[in-house]
Design a protein around this ligand. Structure first.
Ligand SMILES: [Zn+2]
Length: 303
């Protein structure tokens, strides 16, 4: 082959590989500002992998992963400043703006300001909402004004379910209690706002996977994401395998969405995708649905 033909063939191969790579929507990405990192040394994950050293490195490593794995949309949550910064750096129109909230009124955002932010397109998904960490549940009265607004503007809600970081209650979230992370505790929300689009982040964690599945059975509009369960520890992977097998048998796989929940470890995106793709009981179609098609439907995106 002459040189030109070799170059042409290489380019064609690259093009075909890019075409065949499944498009991915990541329903669970975290953003930070430098103030979130502070002067601390990067924490290590369960396997000893160091996190990003600062917010700028974290942003660029996460965007590099978006490109590498054909992640075409990502629900990004963090403090409002970090989300705006990510959107400003997003040349590929990937970022869907979320917001990380632990307690009603975080960042001084009351329901009036919240509604304005939705009108201004500064919040496109209400999540990650994590009442567990503030000792509340989404059914509590203080969350209701936010949820009413989400239903009114058809803004999807992503709610944290399952516990948090082991030992966290002792050092940063003193009001967190495992029982508050039970998916059953959002049942009143589903009853009050039947039109609300909502997904259970982490699918009930290791704590309540069966409760997540039963909620999906009773409320056919309810979706879940897999999130941190896909990579953070061998134990969470064990649970998520069981959950996916059971959901497949139950027939609700079309409401399961991929999310990496990378936090400060951008390489967790790759680890999550690889783990999901390694599960032998899921077909190629099942995986494509989880990685992309189900989220397209949930988010009402054009394919
Ligand atoms: Zn998260």
């Amino acid at each position: 082959m002459n040189k030109r033909l070799i170059i042409f063939s290489a380019l064609l191969l690259q093009f075909l590989l890019a075409q065949s790579q499944t498009k991915i929507i990541d329903m669970h990405i975290h953003s930070y500002t430098e103030s979130d990192f502070g002067g601390r040394k990067p924490a290590t994950d369960h396997y000893g992998n160091k996190g990003a050293v600062n917010a700028a490195a974290h942003l660029s490593a996460t965007f590099a992963a978006f490109k590498k794995f054909n992640i075409v949309k990502a629900v990004v949550s963090g403090n409002p400043e970090s989300v705006e910064n990510w959107a400003a750096n997003d040349n590929g129109h990937i970022v869907i703006k979320g917001i990380l909230m632990f307690a009603p009124g975080d960042y001084g955002i009351d329901s009036i300001k919240f509604e304005q932010m939705i009108k201004d397109k500064k919040i496109e998904v209400f999540g990650e909402v994590a009442p567990y960490y503030s000792g509340t549940t989404l059914s509590d009265s203080a969350w209701q004004p936010y949820l009413r607004i989400c239903e009114k503007y058809d803004i999807p809600v992503g709610v944290h379910t399952g516990g948090g970081d082991p030992g966290g209650t002792y050092f940063w979230s003193p009001k967190a209690r495992l029982r508050l992370s039970d998916p059953y505790l959002i049942e009143d929300v589903l009853v009050r706002y039947p039109k609300l689009r909502i997904y259970l982040m982490h699918a009930g964690g290791e704590d309540w996977p069966e409760h997540a599945i039963r909620m999906m059975a009773y409320y056919p509009q309810l979706y879940i994401d897999l999130a941190v369960m896909l990579w953070v520890e061998p134990n969470t992977q064990r649970y998520i395998k069981g959950l996916l097998k059971n959901i497949k048998e139950a027939g609700y796989l079309n409401r399961v969405m991929f999310g990496s929940d990378q936090m400060i470890w951008p390489d967790a995106i790759e680890r999550s995708i690889r783990f999901l793709n390694s599960l032998p009981f899921l077909t190629k179609k099942d995986k494509e649905d989880i990685l992309y098609n189900n989220a397209v439907r949930f988010l009402k995106l054009k394919k």
